[in-house]
Design a protein around this ligand. Structure first.
Ligand code: SF4
Ligand code: MG
Length: 314
């Protein structure tokens, strides 16, 4: 994977006290217990790779991914297997990750039995409980994946993660394949589950409007580098990085009286394997100066909790 060489992940999460974050060519962030953190960027920004590396579904080249103080990339296979139920993944297209020959009850029950979290005697009851929790009628328990709609299939994908009683879920573009009318329902489900089960999320999306309602902190990624990170209010009310501003300008606003200046991004995303020098965004930045192509901007905290990597933001 060429993306792997572009950056290394230096991420810690679940620390009760967020650490001061410094990132130069490394992606560095902390997710607190029960928090929904949004990771936003165009395709090729490395979002999925980061999400997978947090769960050790993808290797890292340097740095560390820390879960409650332990680097998950240094755990033995056995230790990782013990931890696995706590760290779950929800895919963009749950259909491709569901075995078409398994009834939904079997698909949900299998990992529970596999990890010794249920017995043959109580697995069906546990499956029905989590189906109910995820808004799936329990009388569908013996149906096959193809008998469900897209939205219901994503509920199955979520149920399969939630049934393990995780502390942390990486959700990679979980609503991108769904109709807009269904997207809100699924985001609401994530929100309800977060409150009920006190789970933390890394919620990945290419669309800032999708993470706005769920995530209380958001990071904006470009070519494997964090460009801006802050609270929801900081990012939406006071975006500072030209890339964040451009992404926000591209978000459609339902109220026509509220105008947002359109500053559309020029050009395509450069090849992640061969990113531009200096500030990686300089080839598309509307306010780039000559220095931007030479010097890498540092990722600085400009107000408490609000980090930006841009030479022109003071
Ligand atoms: Fe634009 Fe320069 Fe800031 Fe990069 S450092 S975002 S190129 S102004
Ligand atoms: Mg992706």
């Amino acid at each position: 994977n060429s993306l792997e060489k572009v950056y290394s992940t230096k991420a810690s999460f679940f620390n009760r006290k967020p650490e001061r974050v410094v990132a130069v060519d490394q992606v560095s962030f902390t997710i607190n217990h029960g928090e929904a953190f949004g990771l936003v960027g165009e395709s090729g920004s490395g979002k999925s790779t980061i999400g997978k590396s947090l769960l050790r579904l993808h290797d890292i080249t340097s740095g560390s991914v820390t879960y409650k103080g332990q680097n998950v990339h240094e755990l033995s296979k056995k230790e990782m297997r013990r931890l696995r139920p706590k760290l779950q993944f929800v895919f963009q297209d749950p259909f491709s990750s569901l075995n078409p020959r398994l009834r939904v009850g079997e698909a949900l029950g299998e990992p529970l039995l596999d990890h010794g979290l249920a017995t043959k005697a109580n697995v069906r009851k546990k499956v029905m409980d989590v189906m109910e929790l995820c808004g799936l009628p329990t009388y569908h328990i013996d149906k096959f994946p193809h008998e469900f709609s897209g939205g219901q299939r994503q509920r199955i994908g979520i149920a399969r993660a939630v049934i393990m009683n995780p502390e942390f879920i990486v959700a990679d573009e979980p609503v991108s394949a769904l109709d807009v009318s269904i997207q809100a329902q699924i985001i609401n489900l994530f929100q309800e589950l977060q409150v009920q089960k006190n789970m933390a999320y890394l919620f990945i999306s290419h669309d800032l409007s999708v993470v706005e309602h769920l995530c209380t902190r958001i990071g904006v990624l470009y070519l494997g580098t964090m460009m801006e990170m802050g609270s929801r209010d900081q990012l939406y009310q006071n975006p500072l990085h030209p890339y964040t501003k451009a992404l926000l300008a591209a978000v459609p606003i339902p109220d026509p009286k509220r105008k947002r200046q359109r500053a559309l991004l020029k050009g395509d995303v450069p090849n992640p394997a061969n990113p531009p020098t200096g500030c990686k965004f300089h080839t598309r930045c509307p306010i780039a100066t000559a220095a931007c192509a030479e010097k890498v901007p540092s990722f600085r905290e400009v107000e408490p909790g609000h980090f930006v990597a841009c030479h022109l933001v003071s």
